[in-house]
Design a protein around this ligand. Structure first.
Ligand SMILES: [Zn+2]
Length: 170
């Protein structure tokens, strides 16, 4: 059972600080960089629960079952995975709608769920995302360097916009 039996490794009192979908940047049907659960050694973890304990300096990446035991929370670890799984399928749907290139304006646009999203290059070779009246030239204080990055940010912004709008509606 790996680390579960090792002395000095606490079984309880852990906090989950993040959950990572390791398939997030994989192509559909492509290779997923699975991880191994650092607590029980279970292989092929798609969702890495990043665990932190106040007495240990290192973070542990573990699977759902170990995350449940370590936090004594049998609801939220699974819920986090489901949310990520749903986001991944929303992302696939988002990607299904192709960008249309406008050679005159040199922009890439798509209409998704009634919203127009545009990506374009700046004079300085960085990328920008235009959405809902916003012009985003940097993201979390970083310049957008590639088309792929701009695409990720477009999806992120679209998601945020849609969630806040849905929250207002209910
Ligand atoms: Zn495990």
């Amino acid at each position: 059972m790996g680390e579960w039996n090792r002395e000095g490794i606490p079984h309880k009192g852990w906090k989950c600080i993040d959950v990572i979908d390791l398939a997030e940047y994989s192509e559909p049907g492509g290779e997923i960089p699975y991880e191994q659960c650092e607590m029980c050694g279970n292989e092929k973890i798609r969702f890495a629960h990043v665990m932190k304990h106040p007495k240990l300096p290192d973070e542990f990446h573990v699977g759902c079952i170990c995350a449940e035991k370590m936090t004594e929370d049998y609801v939220n670890p699974r819920r986090c995975e489901n949310e990520l799984r749903n986001r991944a399928s929303r992302r696939r749907n988002f990607n299904k709608v192709q960008w249309r290139y406008n050679p005159e304006k040199e922009t890439y646009s798509k209409k998704y769920k009634g919203e127009y999203i545009t990506i374009m290059k700046s004079r300085y070779e960085n990328w920008g995302v235009f959405f809902a009246g916003q012009r985003i030239w940097d993201f979390e204080r970083h310049k957008i360097r590639t088309f792929e990055e701009a695409e990720n940010i477009a999806f992120y912004i679209f998601e945020k916009y849609h969630t806040t709008r849905e929250e207002r509606e209910y």
